[in-house]
Design a protein around this ligand. Structure first.
Ligand code: NAP
Length: 262
């Protein structure tokens, strides 16, 4: 039986990944930081597919907590086949922009959206290499790792996701020698709780500007994650960050999306 650990899986894209991997036959580790009820509910739904599922509370932006979580997962399930680095999110740049930016804001956004993936990937890769497991690591990035976001209001987030894309490439080159495949997914607008910050007017505006006709769902990302984890289908895809965005990033309209609420 295969195992997967998904960070930030109490809701949204991470929860969608947990359910898709459970349906595909994986035992699942559901990580969260503070949403214990959501994580328990997702673990319960994974068990309904007949898999084992366990909740792992840890703030993955803390290196010690992230490593301890991966180690607990391996203790519980005996092995880690797939890690999905999904936990992340953008906080709006405080007033004053980059020039006035508090260093704590920069540090916390880089820690959550870049360093956390490195901490978890290192611990998972150590375990995979030690056990000779030819596993997979999948990093959930963003289209904003490549293009700026609404007048640069999420500058450190974009910088972190751009760094994550480069980490995906570099780590892939190192780990493919051990048979471990590293890839990323760059979602565009996906309907999750993270969008609660937007007004209905802005959301309608975003949806109208996406060539597909609206944003995606967590399942749109999760299906690709399951595919990337399946070496029998994806073994020759190495170090890529694949965009899944309904055409949002190829239309040149992202940075002009009307955005008063963020
Ligand atoms: P979401 O609905 O806000 O869910 C975020 C998840 O991450 C929650 O389970 C949250 O759990 C967890 N989390 C946050 N900080 C954490 C930490 N320090 N340690 C452990 N878990 C933590 O977000 P989402 O929209 O699904 O986004 C998931 C990923 O996709 C993120 O990396 C995001 O940047 C990326 N993405 C999303 C979109 C989009 O439109 N939604 C677009 C592009 C990229 P707790 O509540 O317990 O903290």
């Amino acid at each position: 039986m295969k195992t997967v650990l998904i960070t930030g899986a109490s809701r949204g894209i991470g929860a969608g990944c947990a359910l898709a991997f459970a349906r595909d036959g994986y035992h699942v580790g559901v990580n969260h930081r503070s949403s214990a009820d959501g994580a328990e509910s997702i673990a319960r739904q994974c068990r309904e597919f007949g898999r084992e599922a366990e909740v792992f509370a840890a703030d993955v932006s803390d290196s010690t907590a992230a490593r301890a979580m991966v180690d607990s997962f391996v203790d519980r399930f005996g092995r880690i086949d797939v890690l999905v680095n999904n936990a992340g999110g953008a906080l709006r740049m405080p007033a004053g922009g980059f020039v006035e930016m508090p260093v704590d804001y920069w540090d916390s956004q880089i820690a959550l959206n870049l360093s956390a993936a490195a901490y978890c990937a290192q611990a998972a890769a150590r375990s995979m290499v030690a056990q000779g497991i030819e596993g997979a690591i999948i990093n959930i990035s963003s289209i904003h790792g490549d293009v700026t976001w609404v007048r640069r209001k999420a500058l450190p987030y974009s910088a972190a996701k751009g760094g994550l894309n480069m980490m995906t490439k570099s780590l892939a080159v190192e780990l493919i020698a051990h048979g471990i495949n590293v890839n990323g997914i760059a979602p565009g607008l996906i309907h999750t709780k993270a969008l609660d910050r937007y007004s209905e007017r802005d959301l309608n505006g975003f949806n109208r500007k996406i060539p597909f006709g609206g944003g995606g769902t967590p399942a749109d990302i999760a299906e690709l994650a399951v595919f990337l984890a399946d070496k029998s289908k994806s073994r020759f895809i190495v170090g890529q960050t694949i965009t899944v965005d309904g055409g949002q990033s190829i239309d040149g309209s992202i940075d002009s999306m009307l955005d008063d609420s963020f």
